[in-house]
Design a protein around this ligand. Structure first.
Ligand SMILES: *[C@@H]1O[C@H](CO)[C@@H](O)[C@H](O)[C@H]1NC(C)=O
Length: 158
C-alpha cells in the first residue's frame, strides 16, 4: 500500500508540474495591445485597410473586429488615446445592413432597389447606404460613418 501511495503522490506532483509549465496565453500577432476592459482585450494595427480588409486582418490574427458596447468600454478607449500611437480612424465592427432595403418608398413601403446608372449619393459626397463605422481615437472620440472601402486602421478584440 505504501508503494501505491508513493506512486499516486508522484503522479500528482507530475500533474502539478505540468500545469505550472503551461505557457501563458499568447498575445495575438501583428497588433499592439491596449489592455483589457469588461473582460475583453483590445488590440490595434496601424496599417491602412478598407473596413472589410480590417475585418479579415482581425480574423486572420485570431481576433474579431472590435465592438464598443458600454460606457466603460468607451471610456477605456478614450483613456488609451494618449498612449503609444493609438490615434486616428480605426475600423470597428459597426456597419449598416449593406442592402438597399434600408430605404423604402414612403408612398408604398416597397424597398428601393439598385438601378444601374442611378447611384445613391449623399449630398456633397458619395456616401450611399453601404456605410461602415470607424472609431476616431482622439481627445474627442466619435463613431465615424464612412464608405466601407475608405481605408482606416484596424481595431480588434478578443
Ligand atoms: C500590422 O500588420 C502588418 C501585417 O498586415 C504587419 O506587417 C505589421 O508589422 C503590423 N504592425 C504591428 C505594429 O504589429
Amino acid at each position: 500500500m505504501k508503494g501505491l501511495a508513493v506512486i499516486v503522490l508522484a503522479a500528482q506532483l507530475i500533474l502539478v508540474a505540468a500545469a505550472t509549465l503551461q505557457p501563458l496565453e499568447a498575445e495575438p500577432p501583428n497588433v499592439i495591445s491596449l489592455g483589457t476592459v469588461d473582460g475583453k482585450s483590445y488590440y490595434y494595427n496601424k496599417t491602412l485597410r478598407s473596413w472589410f480588409n480590417s475585418r479579415a486582418f482581425c480574423i486572420e490574427n485570431g481576433m474579431q473586429m472590435a465592438t464598443i458596447e458600454t460606457v466603460s468600454q468607451a471610456e477605456f478607449l478614450k483613456s488609451r488615446q494618449s498612449l503609444n500611437a493609438f490615434s486616428g480612424y480605426f475600423e470597428i465592427a459597426g456597419r449598416d445592413a449593406q442592402i438597399a432595403r434600408q430605404f423604402s418608398w414612403d408612398s408604398t413601403g416597397e424597398a428601393l432597389t439598385d438601378i444601374p446608372g442611378l447611384p445613391f449619393r449623399l449630398n456633397g459626397g458619395a456616401l450611399d447606404y453601404r456605410t461602415c463605422i470607424s472609431y476616431l481615437a482622439s481627445e474627442s472620440p466619435f463613431l465615424n460613418i464612412k464608405e466601407c472601402p475608405l481605408a482606416g486602421y484596424a481595431l480588434c478584440q478578443i
